[in-house]
Design a protein around this ligand. Structure first.
Ligand SMILES: Nc1ncnc2c1ncn2[C@@H]1O[C@H](COP(=O)(O)OP(=O)(O)OP(=O)(O)O)[C@@H](O)[C@H]1O
Ligand SMILES: [Mg+2]
Length: 229
């Protein structure tokens, strides 16, 4: 993203963000409530339009990007209520959809990836349960498993550890370690890094819609801009 600005309800919520995420980065996006963390990750994925600036996913503008199986996303929250009742396994299996087609329906590889993802978040024995009857923390883990099941190259997670118990946070840390070893890219939003902290190799701190601070990988492309504007 370069010079990324996002306006919501006429208010500038992201105010000129320059950010390059490189393969193998495990980037934490930190900052207080309302700093613009969720707005940034949604804009990076093209889920919110930029008022100005530009952003690319694997070298393409979001509107032109097609290869969504390369990207996984764990939203901070899902719209409440409604929805079609589904089992935990069904929700997680939906993370494989971008890899399937009319010509290539669900395969043994898909089923294996779903089981691995359930295992990774400690829900292997809950596959038949109704997803909407789980606790908030468990639903969060279902969303993480759904993203993992797609085996994306880049995984974007908005507060994956919020409301998640210590054991599950450690399980997520182990998963991130595996992803790092496979040179996958992770962008995660967090208030507290907890057990994820040693795995993170870059951080940016947002404040009032700007990058206020960063650590880790440097370089001109990552210099925060706009702070003097
Ligand atoms: N749909 C919207 N319309 C108007 N303003 C919004 C909208 N969504 C978010 N905002 C505002 O934009 C700012 C940034 O919101 P954002 O959700 O990106 O913050 P955040 O850093 O993710 O916060 P949190 O830690 O609470 O998740 C906040 O001031 C918020 O009130
Ligand atoms: Mg948020």
């Amino acid at each position: 993203m370069s010079g990324g600005r996002v306006r919501l309800d006429g208010r500038e919520v992201l105010r000129g963000v320059d950010l390059v995420v490189a393969p193998g980065d495990l980037l934490a996006v930190l900052g207080p409530n309302g700093a613009g963390k969720s707005t940034l990750v949604k804009a990076l994925l093209g889920l919110l339009p930029l008022a100005s600036g530009r952003t690319e996913i694997f070298g393409r503008a979001p509107a032109r990007f097609r290869d969504w199986k390369r990207v996984g996303y764990v939203p901070q929250r899902l719209p409440a209520g409604g929805g079609v009742p589904a089992t935990v396994r069904e929700v997680v299996a939906s993370g494989r959809v971008a890899r399937q087609s009319r010509w290539r329906p669900s395969s043994a590889a898909d089923r294996a990836a779903v089981e691995r993802a359930l295992e990774a978040v400690g829900l292997a024995d809950r596959g038949r349960d109704s997803a909407h009857l789980l606790s908030g923390g468990q639903q969060r883990r279902v969303l993480i498993a759904r993203a993992l099941a797609g085996e994306p190259e880049a995984l974007v997670m908005d507060e994956p550890t919020a409301g998640v118990d210590a054991a599950s946070q450690s399980a997520l840390a182990a998963t991130l370690r595996d992803l790092a070893a496979a040179n996958r890219t992770v962008v995660l939003v967090a208030h507290e890094l907890g057990p994820l902290e040693p795995l993170i190799n870059r951080t940016i701190v947002l404040a009032h819609g700007r990058v206020a601070q960063e650590t880790g990988r440097g370089g001109p492309a990552l210099e925060p801009t706009g702070s003097a504007a």
